[in-house]
Design a protein around this ligand. Structure first.
Ligand SMILES: [Ca+2]
Ligand SMILES: [Ca+2]
Length: 497
């Protein structure tokens, strides 16, 4: 059994490496959705010449020298023959970096400003709350029932956009029609959410998640930040490059004052991208560099393919990339009995780092592929609203009668990324002109290094909570980046700049 598993893993590894190394060039006669890299801006004349060469132009991006489009079979030579065309790439699909729902759980408004995952990053040691900062969440959009869990005052739907379809067609009405829930969960990590904790919270727990039934307002990392929801993922899972570029183009326009009547001109904006895929290119890396140069900060998940390489765009050095660390005493207050309320526990500050480990599925930095992992944050068994396929949440989250809860313990770099994005928002709220390079440098230097080794932190059975070197990604180094994000040190360092 062990041998088979090892072999399968090796196969996966080989496939991943091939996928990453494969040149991002469209095969000679292959048609289909493409991205055409240009030597300069996509002027109307250039667009016309591309059309003339046979490309059905989709989007001519305003801030990057690239156009998306559909290429009929057999026309690539004509397009490549144009003097201003630098290359033609396949328009590839990224995927959200959340793992499948694991555990159904409980499902306003006593404030809960203290959660285990905020305590771990020492959010309680700073008074910054992200005021005046905009967080563009490039994701699956919002579910129809998002207002039942997110504060509508903290989400600017009017600034939101929907760019779906591989040609990046704006389809605004789809923004609040997501059926996946990923974008809501990511947003909840940043600004917090309402926990309708009315009775039993799930099959694993004999009592509500909080210990007492009620309505709770659970704090996020940056509860006063403002979310700009931008849909780039079709049906919540297919995130085309061309859609992502449309979103990046739009956010740069917001920053420059060329959109939203200039309301956000020069204001602090950070992008969260909890998604990724195996393909990369220098042309695409330059797009992310252009976004950073425009003064927009970018945080991207490392992907869940550990011990295989990180996903892209998370691995581009210019972005702030985030892996997932775990704490083996999750669920175990005194480590001898099941702790139902661990989510809201006090986290022991001293010596606790020894109980930290890299989660084995967190993407691993491969410097030989040009990859870079910056930091690690919490992203394992986060209690979050996850409104998969639900137009409205059930009034009682107890998963009785086969009705799934609206709350789930969910894992993935999809949630360590917004945890870090939240910290960047805190930094921006005290230092509005913080650059991408400064934010990355501060996050690294204020992080707590994670020691080598690993624990399995099985759920919910104590016997699984044992040292297991076979599950270790090791550390510190390529697996753990510069370590675990710390909000208080990061905010202080931003103020001192
Ligand atoms: Ca703390
Ligand atoms: Ca980086």
């Amino acid at each position: 059994m062990k041998r088979i598993r090892a072999r399968l893993l090796a196969l996966v590894l080989t496939a991943m490496v091939l996928g990453v190394l494969a040149p991002a060039v469209v095969a000679k006669d292959m048609g289909g959705p493409v991205l055409v890299d240009l030597s300069g801006p996509a002027t109307p004349e250039i667009v016309a010449r591309l059309q003339g060469a046979g490309l059905n132009v989709g989007v001519a991006y305003r801030n990057f020298p690239v156009v998306s489009g559909n290429l009929p079979q057999g026309r690539i030579a004509a397009v490549l023959g144009l003097d201003f065309v630098k290359g033609v790439r396949a328009d590839s699909v990224r995927e959200p970096t959340a793992l499948t729902d694991k555990f159904a759980a409980g499902g306003p408004t006593t404030p809960i400003d203290h959660t285990w995952y905020l305590d771990v990053i020492d959010r309680e040691k700073t008074s910054a709350r992200g005021e005046g900062v905009y967080v563009a969440v490039l994701d699956g959009g919002l579910t129809p029932s998002w207002r039942s869990v997110l504060d509508p005052e903290r989400v600017r739907v009017d600034l939101g956009r929907s760019f779906t379809g591989h040609n990046g067609n704006p389809i605004p009405y789809q923004l609040e029609n997501d059926r996946g829930g990923h974008g809501v969960a990511v947003s909840a990590t940043i600004i917090g959410y309402t926990l309708h904790d009315k009775s039993e919270t799930g099959q694993y727990f004999p009592s509500p998640a909080t210990g007492t039934p009620g309505e709770y307002a659970v704090s996020g990392v940056a509860p006063m930040a403002t979310i700009i929801p931008i849909k780039v993922c079709d049906v919540g899972v297919y995130c085309w490059d061309s859609s992502i570029y449309s979103a990046l183009d739009y956010v740069v326009d917001l920053k420059k004052g060329d959109a939203a009547d200039g309301e956000l001109m020069g204001k602090p904006i950070v992008i969260n991208m909890s998604l990724g895929g195996p393909s990369s290119s220098e042309a695409e890396e330059n797009i992310f560099k252009a976004v950073a140069e425009a003064g927009v900060l970018i945080v991207v998940s490392a992907g869940n393919n550990g011990p295989n390489p990180m996903g892209w765009p998370g691995a581009y050095p210019v972005v702030i990339s985030v892996g997932v660390g775990g704490w083996r005493k999750q669920f175990y207050g005194d480590q001898t009995s099941l702790n139902n309320q661990w989510t809201f526990d006090d986290y022991p500050e001293e010596n606790a780092i020894d109980d930290w480990f890299m989660v084995w599925w967190s993407g691993v930095e491969r410097p030989d592929l040009g990859q870079e992992l910056d930091v690690v944050a919490t992203g394992r068994f986060m209690l979050l609203p996850y409104l998969t396929g639900k137009a409205t949440p059930s009034p009682d989250p107890r998963p009785a009668d086969g009705i799934p809860s609206v709350y789930t313990y969910i894992s993935g770099t999809s949630f360590s990324a917004p945890t870090t994005t939240g910290v960047v928002a805190l930094m921006l709220s005290v230092k509005g002109d913080l650059t991408q390079a400064q934010a990355e440098m501060i996050l690294r230097s204020s992080a707590t290094p994670i020691p080598a080794g690993s624990w399995t932190a099985g759920f919910p059975f104590p016997h699984a909570n044992e040292w297991d070197a076979s599950k270790s990604l090791g550390g510190p180094g390529h697996q753990t980046g510069w370590g675990l994000v710390q909000a208080d040190g990061a905010v202080e360092a931003a103020m001192d700049l």
